[in-house]
Design a protein around this ligand. Structure first.
Ligand code: HEM
Length: 450
């Protein structure tokens, strides 16, 4: 039995201390001044601060070992003139976009280094430039990652600069997409190991947007404290086992755009497919252990493929059991999507609110006064108010060099994945994620020039 080697992300090995990265940060963004405006806020200086590099060939927050928390958001550029009224021309929208990209680049770089975000353009002099809520806190491996949606390019009159593989996703069977969680022209992903630091970072970014762009949606996710182990999703399965490992040729091939037909500014970029997928937890929690394993094709406990071995053993899809059937069912999740080249960098979400939308199982009514009913496997009969329609699941993030790979895989899953009985896709978006920045470079400079 061959082994897929180790956990794709070795968090401990990759966590960098401030002491280790101070040199790189200084080279990248100018040395930290001793005292004065560029000094870290009181209480944050010193060794042990965990800083991820902002500059590089690729944006941070992709190959970065996965942090514990994430905030995802999408913005749309303002298209009407707030002063004179009327519609803005594409070149005016582009000028606003350029301004926002410049401010956001500066803010993201400073925050990732553990510095305050800097002056807020247009603010009165006696208004504090920052909320101060993260003063004294570690940057906690904060990363900020930006992406551009398919509609952005037309909006700013730069259709020719659109990455060739960037197009709205097709509809998939079973989709129940809600506008409140879908689409967007500019994408922001903020990840870190401290929620307060993430909240502050997003607040600082958002405060630069009024007049230039509007928030369309935002969502937050989390992962357990898993050390070097693969994190678990809310179904309890290890999720991410078969991901390609950063630094490997397979990872580079799966993610980074090198295609000759892509615009030059996009070289080294990637794409992100984002899906909000609700999970029917009551139904899952009352299904048998065997069902839970066979739906995925792996053992829930240790993540081993049902063909045998351990978590990183290569699944043997041809191996059959005493009944002559494959040990990994042909319509299990992993049998359908094996070897699709993508990095899944997803987060769990639990919004702790009742979903306003319909229940996951079709025809299943939990409204006031609905009749007694059961769910099939092992759930006691209950009336309409027997349990809640709760909004929790996975914020599925796939980074890949060609979204067509996702489309192919998702069509297959939508047709026959055993998981479909337990999940529902309720949000969807796709973005081109530009390459990383060199010191002095600004986000989107390449696509706005030339
Ligand atoms: C709620 C929805 C989903 C859940 C709970 C889920 C769960 C899992 C689990 C537990 C595994 C096995 C462990 C691993 O290799 O990470 C897995 C593998 C995988 N999933 Fe999903 N997944 C979901 C949705 C999706 C979607 C929408 C796609 C893309 C179309 C996808 C693509 C993959 C791929 C490519 C693998 C690796 C298969 C292999 O090469 O072995 N998953 N998923």
């Amino acid at each position: 039995m061959s082994e897929r080697s180790g956990s794709p992300f070795s968090r401990r090995a990759a966590i960098t201390t401030f002491a280790a990265t101070a040199g790189a940060a200084a080279a990248a963004g100018g040395a930290l001044a001793a005292g004065g405006r560029d000094a870290p806020p009181p209480g944050t200086a010193g060794a042990g601060r965990r800083v991820e590099p902002f500059h590089g060939k690729h944006q941070p927050g992709i190959a970065t070992p996965q942090q514990r928390y994430a905030l995802f958001a999408a913005f749309d550029l303002e298209t009407s003139d707030p002063v004179k009224g009327g519609r803005l021309r594409p070149e005016q929208v582009a000028a606003n976009f350029q301004k926002l990209a410049e401010w956001w680049t500066a803010v993201a770089e400073r925050l990732m280094r553990g510095l305050p975000p800097g002056p807020r353009p247009g603010a009165a002099p006696d208004v504090p430039p920052d909320s101060g809520i993260a003063d004294g806190l570690d940057p906690a491996r904060l990363t900020v990652t930006f992406g551009f949606g398919p509609e952005l390019f037309e909006r700013i009159g730069r259709e020719r600069a659109r990455p060739r593989r960037l197009a709205p996703l097709p509809g998939f069977r079973g989709d129940r997409l809600e506008a409140a969680w879908s689409g967007g022209e500019i994408f922001v992903q903020v990840c870190g190991d401290d929620l307060q630091t993430i909240s502050r970072a997003f607040r600082a970014l958002r405060s630069r947007a009024p007049g230039l762009a509007r928030l369309r949606w935002s969502q937050q996710g989390f992962l357990g404290g898993f050390g070097d182990a693969t994190p678990r999703n809310l179904f309890g399965h290890k999720d991410g086992t078969a991901n390609p490992r950063p630094g490997s040729a397979a990872f580079d091939r799966a993610l980074w755009s090198t295609a000759a037909d892509e615009p030059a500014w996009f070289s080294g970029g990637t794409y992100l497919v984002f899906r909000k997928i609700r999970m029917d937890l009551p139904k899952w929690d009352t299904s048998t252990a065997r069902t839970q394993d066979e739906v995925i094709g792996r053992r829930r406990g240790d993540g081993a493929p049902l063909s045998g071995g351990r978590e990183f053993s290569t699944p043997d899809f041809a191996r059959t059991g005493p009944d002559g059937k494959p040990l990994i069912p042909a319509d299990s999740h992993v049998a359908l999507v094996r070897d699709v080249p993508m990095l899944r960098r997803s987060y769990n979400y639990d919004y702790a609110v009742q979903a306003i939308s319909e229940p996951i199982a079709a025809g299943h009514d939990h409204g006031e006064g609905s009749a007694d009913h059961d769910h099939g496997e092992n759930m006691p009969r209950h009336s309409g108010s027997g349990h809640d329609i709760y909004d929790s699941g996975v914020l599925f993030c796939a980074y890949l060099s060609d979204p067509a790979e996702f489309v192919r895989a998702q069509h297959k899953l939508a047709e026959s994945d055993r998981l479909n009985a337990f999940i529902r896709h309720t949000g969807s978006a796709v973005f081109a994620v530009p390459p990383g920045l060199r010191p002095g470079q600004r986000l989107a400079a390449g696509l706005l020039s030339g």
